[in-house]
Write a protein that binds this ligand. Structure first.
Ligand SMILES: *[C@@H]1O[C@H](CO)[C@@H](O)[C@H](O)[C@H]1NC(C)=O
Ligand SMILES: *[C@@H]1O[C@H](CO)[C@@H](O)[C@H](O)[C@H]1NC(C)=O
Ligand SMILES: *[C@@H]1O[C@H](CO)[C@@H](O)[C@H](O)[C@H]1NC(C)=O
Length: 596
């Protein structure tokens, strides 16, 4: 009847909070409810004292008068009976459901209320006592701890775990950034997602404890005992190119025997290595399931393939590039992505970190390595993988980062053709690049890319840019440059944050960003309340531009709206932001705007 997982056409990357990704799995308690079959749910829930008062019934205006009258008549008879009695409940004259009556009170199955009102509930035990917990929404509010600092954590992205999401096919070993399957199953680089990956690692670098790091090989001296089979050799030599001592290796058979390093390493699963590989050569890591003793082989090979797997062998391609490069891999992510590549049922193979250990490294073919480490994290390296991706893949002419997939937003909007730009993608990229400019101590390639990334903000969306104008008056940066305009709220605010980041980090060089930000903020202040639906918010303004029903924001998007306003209220003293955020927070516990 009511589709609780309605897709609202957004690209919102839901936060992973306590390892539960609300966007994908939905709130866990909803699932709890769904798993119970209707009868069981009815029994359990009627048992759990769940009082639906007549007050609520009539407040919700559900044609209650007739029902009320019947309820009273029944009460007279019911008072003679001990305990609950079955009673039919007629819903708006449309259908009926089985309810319970006990004296004056009527009990409605929660499974019905859940679907009817889209409210959530679960049974929980506290101090040995069972109780039923009702909640109106599942969004999460983050109250900013202080004024937003563009050099600091981005929003609350330290909670994000972009690469573990199911719609991430894998992290490319060529670029070190995620590949999305959200809108095309073979996978593509989705600028918004690449940026969120970068911003989450930048943010984690600032919030997480210092990493543990163990050096396994640095080419200088013998830190590790490599086992060299017949016909193979290793040597620690000075490399002019790398300006460093490196470990060179050569094996006769690239398919079986390799130069091997035995390890017994737990806990730290982020590997970093400088590597040079000839064709047909590979760098492999062997992992073991500590309980079942199964071995898994992660092979990084000189190839253009993205990811492939066979038996317990998982292959990531490093590209066929020539020359040294740095490889940073979260081995657990690579293992999980490989296993889900093998198994179409993704949930089957969730091997937790605690169950895995690294038992070996094998070098095959011909190549060299240096600076091989295992760490608890390498956030800044992963952040720079994202920042460098944006420098490398920006369109020189337009300054845009194209979305290489066709996208249908909704009936009524023209499809977006592959190559479209998103204000959210541009803004997020600028947030990454501004931080890279700051963190690198002023490397101009990051600033130049960020400044060029402003160009699509001045180009109308119907001409390939991201600019829409509301009623010929207010400039708006479109997450989806649709025809007609869609005015998606969260993507617009993310784009404003990108502009703010750049103008704050490079104040004298980014006047253009400041102009765009000021115009955008003016539009936001004037248009914000168009999104207020009195009990929630709308995701976009299709109800205005398409003349159809509003596209109501799911609770996680609604919470994003609130979180964005709370953040904006720390950098702009416009009271509208804070006041509106408070009202929108209240909607999340069922409060509504007053009626006449
Ligand atoms: C954060 O990055 C700095 C380098 O900028 C590094 O020294 C530090 O160890 C990193 N901390 C974490 C938690 O990643
Ligand atoms: C290994 O790290 C050192 C120190 O950061 C660096 O000088 C050297 O160039 C690195 N090796 C390679 C092959 O890049
Ligand atoms: C890889 O191996 C195949 C088969 O042994 C050989 O034909 C090919 O030339 C090799 N490629 C490179 C780049 O060494």
């Amino acid at each position: 009847m009511v589709n609780i997982h309605k897709f609202s056409g957004g690209v919102y990357q839901a936060p992973v909070v306590g390892q539960q990704n609300y966007h994908k799995e939905g709130p866990p308690f909803v699932f709890l409810m769904m798993r119970l079959n209707v009868k069981a749910a009815l029994l359990i829930l009627c048992g759990a004292v769940l009082l639906i008062t007549l007050t609520l019934w009539s407040r919700c205006d559900l044609g209650s008068r007739e029902w009320l009258r019947q309820g009273r008549e029944n009460t007279d008879r019911g008072s003679e009976i001990q305990g609950a009695e079955e009673i039919d409940c007629d819903v708006n004259g449309e259908y009926s459901i089985g309810c319970r009556r006990e004296g004056d009170e009527v009990y409605i199955p929660f499974s019905f209320l859940h679907k009817y009102f889209e409210v959530y509930g679960k049974l929980a035990v506290y101090d040995g006592l069972e109780r039923f917990e009702w909640s109106h929404s599942y969004g999460r509010i983050y109250h900013p701890k202080g004024k937003y600092d563009p050099k600091g954590v981005f929003m609350y992205f330290e909670n994000y775990n972009v690469e573990v999401r199911e719609r991430v096919k894998c992290v490319s070993a060529i670029e070190g950034v995620p590949i999305s399957t959200q809108w095309e199953s073979q996978g593509y680089y989705y600028p918004t997602q690449v940026a969120q990956f970068g911003l989450s690692h930048y943010s984690k670098n600032l919030t997480e404890p210092e990493p543990r790091r163990k050096i396994l090989e640095d080419g200088e001296k013998e830190t590790s005992k490599w086992v060299v089979p017949d016909g193979a050799s290793i040597s620690r030599i000075y490399s002019e190119k790398a300006n460093s001592h490196v470990l060179q290796f050569s094996t006769s058979d690239v398919y079986t025997d390799g130069v091997k390093l035995k390890l017994d390493h737990v806990l730290d699963f982020v590997m970093s290595v400088h590597i040079l590989l000839n064709g047909n050569s590979s760098f492999s890591v062997i992992l073991q399931n500590r309980e079942k003793k199964d071995l898994y082989h992660l092979h990084y090979i000189a190839s253009d393939i993205l990811i492939t797997a066979q038996d317990r062998n998982i292959y990531h391609g490093l590209g066929v590039s020539i020359g040294w490069r740095r490889l940073t891999r979260d081995l657990i992510v690579d293992l999980q992505k490989g296993l889900s590549y093998l198994e179409k049922d993704k949930s089957k193979h969730k091997l937790p970190r605690s169950k895995i250990k690294v038992v070996g490294i094998v070098l095959r073919g011909y190549g060299a390595i240096d600076n091989l480490t295992l760490s608890s994290s390498e956030h800044i390296k992963q952040f720079y993988d994202a920042a460098n991706w944006f420098v490398k893949y920006q369109d020189e002419g337009t300054g845009g980062w194209p979305n290489p997939v066709r996208r249908r937003i909704a009936v009524g909007f023209q499809d977006l053709e592959p190559g479209w730009y998103s204000a959210m993608g541009q803004g997020h990229a600028i947030s990454v690049l501004a931080r890279a400019y700051h963190h690198s101590g002023g490397d101009s390639k990051y600033l130049d890319a960020a400044l060029a990334g402003l160009k699509p903000f001045r180009v109308p969306s119907w001409q390939g840019g991201v600019l829409a104008t509301f009623f010929n008056k207010f400039h708006w940066y479109e997450e989806y440059p649709t025809k007609p305009a869609s005015f998606v709220l969260n993507g617009f605010i993310y784009s404003l944050l990108g502009l703010y980041d750049l103008m704050t980090i490079a104040p004298n060089k980014a006047k253009e960003a400041e102009l765009l930000f000021d115009e955008g903020m003016n539009s936001l202040k004037n248009m914000l309340l168009l999104y207020d639906m009195g009990s929630g918010t709308s995701y976009d303004l299709r109800h205005v531009t398409l003349g159809i029903a509003p596209n109501l924001a799911r609770w996680d998007y609604h919470a994003t709206h609130v979180n964005q306003l709370l953040l904006l209220s720390t950098i702009d003293n416009e009271p509208l932001f804070g006041e509106t955020a408070e009202r929108w927070i209240a909607y999340m516990t069922g409060k509504r705007a007053a009626h006449n």
